[in-house]
Design a protein around this ligand. Structure first.
Ligand SMILES: Cc1cc2nc3c(=O)[nH]c(=O)nc-3n(C[C@H](O)[C@H](O)[C@H](O)COP(=O)(O)OP(=O)(O)OC[C@H]3O[C@@H](n4cnc5c(N)ncnc54)[C@H](O)[C@@H]3O)c2cc1C
Length: 416
């Protein structure tokens, strides 16, 4: 079969790899000049089944409301007139009950854990290097109250993950001595030995080389503009560089997938949630943290990327604009400096912002809509790097008409 994948981020490229392994002919279109230039470019790099919590908690609506007048909140909302945002936003807020939060967390955890197993298999097959750090992740808290909430949240995942370990302040500092330098309050933490980190972009670039050797054809600088279809099938994709035809099609365009799905009459409940990251060169290797992790009170993730440390934060519902200015990063830089004061050269910061493709329940969308030959693999929100390999395997099974290894309840258009 010839399969055309729309989108060469980590999701599209891992899907290409799985399909090539099964002997299919694969082509990929992307509007960017290179792979992984959008959301997969500067993310936090955490592979974190141990942190696959739903964002839609009962507290979230109040926090979003407060963000209208308290601009510095990490989770924030900027008022706009976009009807797509309001339609999606209502669905998102409806998920903020204890029951939905628990169900959504368990669903995300199931996919994340499955995906991590598939990911390890892929890495073993390909021997890809991606600045991997397999020492486990640390999640730490600044106050008694936030630590208490963190431990409460943990009860959702604990039945499936016996290796989630609660650490007192002293135990945490013993595990992660780099935090001893920190000029901020640290109260306690949680350690997950099986969570890990690495560069999503480097991984995707290497996997593209492997896919090319396996016969995949990549078409970069190619923008999908319209779809020619009848009532049942996509007949061809029209792009600015010509027409593309295949037997089956995969939509993996992240926050832009709904715009393309709409061309064939499907509604995908995905909306962008903007995040910011800085990548900073390491100048003092002796003081570098051993683990990647999250400062929970500040929603700040930090991650080792070879000779660089990356810090990411902010979840901003503000539409499709990825523009940013250095002043947008002031809080991130201040917290990063206070955590690891002597590790990085903050005069050489690389700034980035990207759009998490969020669904209301936080899980991606698989399967088909109105077209029999258009498969969705999209909407991975804040965990697309964690979920990439499992999602690719699920999509390859669906295309071949086989039952995926995972139950897809809550992850198809019919069940969301
Ligand atoms: C700040 C931040 C931190 C994050 N941290 C983590 C983390 O620690 N762990 C984790 O698991 N996940 C994390 N994520 C989420 C993760 O980055 C995403 O879920 C993942 O990258 C999505 O991959 P994708 O391939 O779907 O999207 P993308 O990488 O955006 O790929 C989609 C591709 O589609 C292409 N495209 C779109 N429209 C068109 C069109 N019309 N024509 C042609 N091509 C088109 C784009 O050019 C793009 O290359 C984070 C995200 C952000 C923003």
């Amino acid at each position: 079969m010839h399969i055309l994948i729309l989108g060469a981020g980590v999701i599209g490229v891992t899907t290409a790899y799985e399909l090539l392994k099964k002997g299919h002919e694969v082509s990929i279109i992307d509007r960017q000049p290179e792979p992984a230039m959008e959301t997969s470019f500067g993310n936090a790099g955490l592979i974190a089944p141990g942190h696959s919590y739903a964002w839609t908690t009962p507290k979230l609506p109040g926090n979003l409301f407060k963000s209208i007048y308290q601009k510095k909140r990490a989770f924030r909302f900027k008022f706009q007139w976009d009807p797509a945002m309001w339609y999606w936003g209502i669905k998102f807020i409806r998920q903020c009950t204890i029951k939905n939060m628990t169900e959504n967390t368990l669903r995300k955890h199931k996919l994340s854990s499955y995906s991590q197993v598939c990911f390890h298999q892929l890495v073993e097959e390909t021997n890809i290097k991606y600045h991997e750090n397999k020492k486990g992740l640390i999640y730490f808290f600044r106050s008694e109250e936030s630590f208490f909430e963190g431990k409460q949240k943990l009860t959702m995942l604990k039945p499936m993950m016996s290796n989630l370990q609660i650490l007192s302040r002293d135990e945490l500092l013993q595990k992660e001595p780099a935090l001893l330098e920190s000029q901020s309050n640290i109260f306690g933490g949680i350690y997950c030995s099986s969570d890990e980190s690495g560069s999503c972009r480097d991984f995707t670039l290497s996997l593209v080389d492997i896919c090319r050797k396996m016969g995949a054809k990549f078409h970069f600088n190619t923008n999908v503009q319209s779809i020619k279809n009848d009532n049942q099938f996509v007949n061809r994709i029209e792009a600015d560089k010509g027409s593309f035809q295949a037997d089956q099609y995969v939509l993996a365009c992240a926050a832009f997938s709904p715009i393309i799905a709409k061309m064939v009459g499907d509604y995908l409940p995905i909306y962008p949630v903007k995040g910011y990251s800085i990548t900073v060169p390491i100048i003092n290797h002796e003081k570098v943290p051993l683990h990647s992790g999250i400062d929970e009170d500040n929603m700040l993730a930090f991650s080792l990327m070879g000779d660089y440390l990356r810090f990411t934060s902010v979840a901003e519902i503000s539409g499709y604009d990825t523009r940013h200015k250095p002043s947008d990063f002031k809080e991130i830089i201040d917290i990063a400096k206070s955590l690891f004061p002597s590790v990085c050269d903050f005069s050489r910061v690389e700034y980035w912002a990207g759009l998490r493709p969020m669904t209301p329940n936080g899980a991606p969308i698989f399967g088909k809509g109105r077209m029999d030959n258009l498969f969705f693999n999209t909407g991975h929100g804040h965990l697309g790097w964690t979920m990439c390999s499992g999602s690719a395997k699920i999509t390859a099974s669906l295309i071949e008409g086989q039952k995926p290894e995972l139950d897809l309840e809550g992850m198809t258009l019919a069940t969301t």
